[in-house]
Design a protein around this ligand. Structure first.
Ligand SMILES: NC(=O)c1ccc[n+]([C@@H]2O[C@H](COP(=O)([O-])OP(=O)(O)OC[C@H]3O[C@@H](n4cnc5c(N)ncnc54)[C@H](OP(=O)(O)O)[C@@H]3O)[C@@H](O)[C@H]2O)c1
Length: 330
């Protein structure tokens, strides 16, 4: 059977452009003992992919090599099996790549319980939810009554961070790039305040929204929000450095805030990357599933259609064009 896959053939200069990719038509091979054939149904698109395309060999994960199928996580169904642990019809989540079909031994895959929705898996029970949970609970160490500011608040990670914050009894303030996203955060997700960071008087709005200062800042974007919030931190505040998307498409990283307030306010500023914490995944999944089942976590997905829609579609993450977890339905 023939299928399509998309390979990375060139590294980005600044932007992700279509010439970085080549679509190839491949044929599914005869399976060997221990192998399974996967048909991918939902493929995740993530800001981190920009980093994986770059030549940086000193990051938390090696780059995708040129000529390799582009790396991504996804949900797939087993359509053929020569592996006793997998039956046809089983569904799995794992690193599958920009491809319609893939052969696997099952290594690194997680089986999904029957009935679990693929969108819920990509929106909550995989990278976004795990990152939000690890970052907020493990590093942010929130306490009821404290104030949390989260940037990129309407995105996959940020929207879960804010909801977890509310569930933990915090005052939650989010920043996002459109009024519609801000309305969704306040009206549907229960944020105390959502601020459009592209509107006027951002500093005044953030100061008014945080009358008692900021105890936890969950950083997804960088930019002006970072500077304002950093200078608003209370003593012993925690800054969780998850992402800096405002800097992903620039050739010159923007200057960070001055470290003097780190001393004066005795702040903890910690960067983290989920791949360091895979051993904690089962425990975190249990917590996230409980929040999901009790209606404490809402999500929305932004679905593109067909494998090659990823090539242009990934840029929605960098323009703010995505409304919810960006994924490709295959
Ligand atoms: N450390 C980790 O292990 C880890 C894991 C997953 C994700 N992350 C990071 O977490 C962040 C969010 O990722 P996600 O998957 O949840 O993506 P997402 O928020 O669903 O999508 C990206 C969003 O970033 C915002 N954005 C784009 N350019 C921006 C800019 N110049 N300034 C401010 N906001 C901008 C856009 O929303 P607006 O409309 O609001 O601008 C866009 O919708 C990213 O920085 C990502 O790299 C880190």
């Amino acid at each position: 059977m023939k299928y399509k896959a998309v390979k990375l053939v060139k590294r980005p200069d600044i932007y992700i452009t279509p010439d970085l990719f080549e679509t190839v038509t491949l044929e599914t091979p005869e399976l060997e003992g221990g192998q399974i054939l996967l048909k991918q149904t939902h493929m995740s698109l993530d800001p981190a992919m920009k980093g994986w395309m770059m030549e940086d060999r000193n990051s938390y994960i090696p780059p995708v090599e040129l000529g390799e199928v582009m790396r991504s996580s996804g949900v797939a169904e087993v359509v053929e099996s020569k592996n006793d642990e997998y039956s046809v019809g089983d569904r799995v989540v794992g690193m599958i790549g920009w491809t319609e079909y893939a052969v696997s031994t099952g290594s690194g895959l997680q089986k999904l319980p029957a009935g679990v929705d693929a969108e819920a898996v990509l929106c909550v029970l995989s990278l976004p939810g795990l990152t939000a949970y690890k970052g907020l609970m493990g590093i942010g160490k929130p306490r009821a009554g404290e104030t949390l500011v989260v940037s990129g608040a309407a995105g996959s990670v940020g929207s879960i961070v804010g909801q977890l914050g509310k569930a933990e009894g915090l005052r939650v303030v989010g920043t996002a790039g459109t009024d519609e996203k801000c309305r969704w955060l306040e009206e549907e997700l229960g944020f105390d305040k959502a601020i459009n960071y592209k509107s006027d008087n951002l500093e005044k709005q953030l100061l008014e929204a945080t009358p008692d200062g900021v105890d936890v800042y969950f950083e997804n974007t960088g930019g002006e929000v970072q500077h304002i919030t950093y200078n608003r931190m209370n003593a012993h505040g925690r800054v969780v450095v998850c992402g800096m998307i405002a800097d992903y498409n620039t050739d010159r990283p923007s200057p960070g805030p001055n470290w003097i307030n780190m001393i004066r306010r005795r702040l903890t500023v910690q960067g983290f990357a989920m791949p360091d914490h895979w051993d904690e995944v089962p425990a975190m999944m249990e917590k996230l599933s409980a929040y999901l089942m009790t209606g404490k976590l809402k999500y929305r997905s932004h679905k593109l259609s067909g494998l090659e829609s990823a090539i242009e579609g990934i840029n929605l993450l960098f323009t703010g064009g995505n409304t919810g977890k960006l994924m490709v339905e295959l």
